[in-house]
Design a protein. Structure first.
Length: 467
């Protein structure tokens, strides 16, 4: 076995590591066995065999790979550490900022609280009834005045009593003393008044002090009255401000109510418009369905005409004209549908008039097809022309013929006889009479569904489309 000494490979360069590792591996072979072979180079150094060199190279590659991985992992840890430190610093700054803001808010709250407490104390002092404080001050003033007056009276009485006592005492001494001491006693009496003057000065000083105290008390009362007046003025101003705030609040409430009412009105208008829009869409859908039904009827009639092939040779011109008229009616229906989609709700009267004209044309064509065997060829061609039918429609509108009497009126115009005479004779009805029946059914349904005055013929302003 080969034992390789372990060194700090990070301290060596790459090329020195490759060369020095082999020397370390050879120098660590102190306990190798006798069967191990060692190659001696030309320079006299010991070199391992090629097999040992390959093993050492593999070990060297593994160590280098581990070192590279350890270096990458170390760089990754360093980057993560830097990111963590940056995050910690940012959080620390945010914490300090939040703490500073919180302290500032606390100080602001404390100042507001202190100001509120002071204001509360001031208002508590102002709440004391003024009627109790004013009589108290007046009673104090009267008491001080009475005290000063009593003091003056007591001082005057004391001074008079003291002078009287001194005069009595001096008089008794003069009575007891001999006449030789009269001059000395007189001088003593004349010298005694200075003590009385001193007492009077003291009393005057006391009276002056009391007067000064009285003036100070009066000045304080005047200051109190002025302070009370200022408080009353402040109270009135505060009440005015409160009244103004109440007025502003009432105005805000009125404005808010008006805005709510306006909002409700707008919502109602929006709902009404939405309902009208829904009704218009429903009416448009119904109109489209009726038009599709009419197209189906026309197609059925065309198919029925195509199925009647017995009289094709004799009635080629009439059938061709009928087909042209049906195609024209289909185009007119398509134009009416396109105009109905593009027109607004104000064009309902025009649409109704166009529908009535189409119904009139279809009724006339149905009568012509029904009685085509009994009508002369010239009369048939004349009655099936567009100008003739348009002229009849204008006459019916001008004569105010009801729509339910149009069939009889057209029958009389086309055949020259009322319709009931044909049924009285028991004449056979052509299968094409189903067109008139279908048109009558459609118009009855249209009359029941559309009862608005705008859709009636009487309220419409008829304008003949054909000149």
């Amino acid at each position: 076995m080969i034992r390789v000494a372990v060194f700090n490979f990070k301290m060596l360069p790459t090329r020195a590591f490759d060369r020095f590792s082999l020397q370390i591996a050879i120098s660590g072979m102190s306990n190798q066995t006798d069967d191990e072979e060692v190659h001696v180079g030309p320079d006299g150094t010991f070199r391992p065999t090629p097999q040992q060199a390959e093993d050492l190279q593999l070990q060297l590659d593994e160590v280098e790979q581990e070192l590279h991985q350890a270096a990458k992992y170390g760089l990754y840890l360093v980057e993560k550490n830097e990111e963590l430190w940056q995050t910690i610093e940012r959080l620390h700054v945010e914490h300090e900022t939040a703490q500073t803001e919180w302290k500032g808010e606390m100080k602001t709250v404390e100042r507001h609280l202190y100001a509120a407490q002071q204001e509360r104390d001031a208002w508590r002092l102002c709440v004391i009834p003024l009627s109790l404080r004013i009589p108290l001050s007046s009673r104090k003033c009267h008491a001080v005045e009475d005290e000063v007056f009593q003091l003056q009276q007591s001082l005057t009485a004391a001074a008079a009593a003291q002078i009287t006592m001194q005069m009595h005492r001096r008089g008794s001494e003069l009575r007891r003393s001999p006449s030789s001491d009269f001059v000395g006693s007189r001088s003593v009496i004349l010298q005694s008044p200075p003590s009385l003057d001193i007492d009077l000065d003291v009393l005057k000083q006391a009276v002056d002090d009391k007067d000064a105290q009285l003036r100070q008390a009066l000045a304080r009362e005047v200051d109190k009255d002025a302070y009370i007046k200022r408080l009353q003025q402040t109270k009135r101003d505060t009440l005015d401000i409160i009244q103004q705030m109440k007025t502003a609040a009432a105005m805000d409430v009125d404005v808010r109510r008006s805005m709510e009412a306006r909002h409700a009105a707008l919502v109602d208008r929006l709902s009404a418009v939405q309902m009208k829009l829904d009704e218009s869409q429903d009416a448009l859908q119904t109109r489209l369905e009726e038009e599709s039904r009419l197209r189906d009827r026309i197609e059925d009639l065309q198919a029925e005409l195509r199925s009647q092939g017995d009289d094709v040779d004799a009635q080629t011109s009439a059938i061709q004209s009928m087909r042209h008229k049906c195609a024209r009616l289909e185009k007119e229906l398509q134009a009416v549908s396109e105009l109905a989609e593009a027109a607004s709700t104000s064009a309902t009267a025009t649409d109704a008039f166009d529908r009535l004209e189409s119904f009139f044309n279809l009724t006339a064509l149905g009568i012509i097809l029904e009685h085509q065997h009994r009508i002369a060829q010239e009369q048939l061609l004349e009655g099936s022309s567009r100008q003739t039918i348009a002229r009849w429609f204008r006459e019916a509108v001008a004569s105010e013929v009801p729509y339910h009497a149009w069939h009889a009126w057209l029958t009389q115009r086309i055949t020259g006889k009322p319709r009931r005479r044909f049924f009285a004779k028991g004449a056979d009805v052509s299968p094409s009479s189903s067109l008139a029946k279908a048109i009558a059914d459609f118009f009855d349904k249209y009359r029941h569904d559309k009862k608005s005055p705008k859709r009636s013929l009487e309220s419409a302003n008829p304008t003949p489309p054909y000149s």
